[in-house]
Design a protein around this ligand. Sequence first.
Ligand SMILES: Cc1cc2nc3c(=O)[nH]c(=O)nc-3n(C[C@H](O)[C@H](O)[C@H](O)COP(=O)(O)OP(=O)(O)OC[C@H]3O[C@@H](n4cnc5c(N)ncnc54)[C@H](O)[C@@H]3O)c2cc1C
Length: 462
Amino acid sequence: MSQKHQPDVLVIGAGIAGLTAALTAAEHASVLVLAKDSLDSSNSYAAQGGVAAAIGPDDDPALHAADTIAAGRGLCRPSAVAALVEEAPARIADLRRLGVAFDEGLGREGGHSRNRIVHAGGADTGRRIAEVLVARVREHPRIRVAEGTRALALAVADGRCTGAVTTAGTVAARGTILATGGYAALWSRTTNPNGAVGDGLLLAHRAGAALADLELVQFHPTALVDDGFLLSEALRGAGATLLDADGRRFVDELAPRDVVARAIAARSEARLDLRSVERERYPTLMATLERAGYDPADEPIPVSPAAHYTIGGVVTDLDGRSSLPGLYAAGECACTGVHGANRLASNSLLECLVFGRRAALAALAEPEPVGKASVADELVEPVTPVLRQALWRDAGLIRGAAGLERLLAAPHPLVRLIAKGALARTESRGVHFREDFPAESDALAGHLVLRGDAEPELERWS
Ligand SMILES: Cc1cc2nc3c(=O)[nH]c(=O)nc-3n(C[C@H](O)[C@H](O)[C@H](O)COP(=O)(O)OP(=O)(O)OC[C@H]3O[C@@H](n4cnc5c(N)ncnc54)[C@H](O)[C@@H]3O)c2cc1C
């Protein structure tokens, strides 16, 4: 990339949200997509289970909405849920048109009352979708991709975001879309690739945009004990069972993830029994287990929870607009309120498709950047093993005031913000479990919004 670049729309991040936004915006405008690592190093490539959409003969978007809202424990924003579930069938049709070949039939996952999960290549869904989107992006005459280029700070002129400073120079754009993914790799046990450390949230915060719900982090119950490799919920949907040290089942395997994760954490060990599953349906997953030294046909696999999906993010409206004009966010880095306090399985790839498209359509209406931009502080803080272990210990699956207060002095600013949110949520709700406040509190049935250095403010979103 040259030193100075001026696309109409700048998309920061090349996961499924960023790629969707880029293809949508490029129907009418020039687009530059940045990815700080290689294109295949994103959560999107790692996604196994699938995409939820009410397309089965016995299904309806209203049922999908009801399941999403039930999982969200009183915090889902109803308007965002409606957009998500109503647009889902059309977004799946878009993917088919672009060339994604989905498997026959629909899968079932925890919390879904119908079979509504579309898969590709068994447990290879994210990669299959991302590869098709990358191919369409690369052949598009109005899209440029800068791989290995990291956004370091956002530029702001006259109260509007006008682009970004990157490791390869400055970019001025009419609309800037953050699609930088989540921050679950800040925890030492994680299912996420290393780069998922919340860059987009810090970029937005430093430029003055609001963040919310940073304390809401989903821990996946069944990650391989050795390295956090995910053993998808789809396996439990296909009949895999969880066994304790005595070989007995101890939980409804399709209960919400937070329930299953805490049931596992309460035991000295847990194993996922895949022997009754049609293993040939999951070739990539089985091959990975075999490479790790396990024989899934012969022995149950040792699993324990790991940080997996971050619900918190940059506050946006239903068109991806952040509180800073000209700045948009979509996908896991955004907080639309759609997931409430507990994300329903396979709703996050869907979120990337629905809100990535919406953000791009809205960003096209932004005016040309004018005025002299000031640049926020650049991202320089390292994510060290010590920091990641501290987060795992003090803001893990089960949290308490003493540990969270320790994190307020952490060297990484996003970790301090997470601790601030988790301390303010003096209740247990969905994925957030406080040992010192084990019950839900009606007074906290809202989103905790962080602006600058102020204390979190509770907001209710309709
Ligand atoms: C193992 C695993 C399995 C999953 N399975 C499923 C599933 O079956 N179904 C489902 O719905 N969800 C699943 N999820 C969640 C889902 O994959 C993610 O929520 C989703 O892919 C996020 O997509 P995204 O586009 O928002 O971000 P990502 O795919 O994470 O992409 C982020 C992009 O931003 C770039 N980036 C970050 N910071 C910067 C910066 N400063 N400058 C430039 N570029 C930057 C990265 O390089 C990357 O290209 C799974 C997640 C994991 C980890």
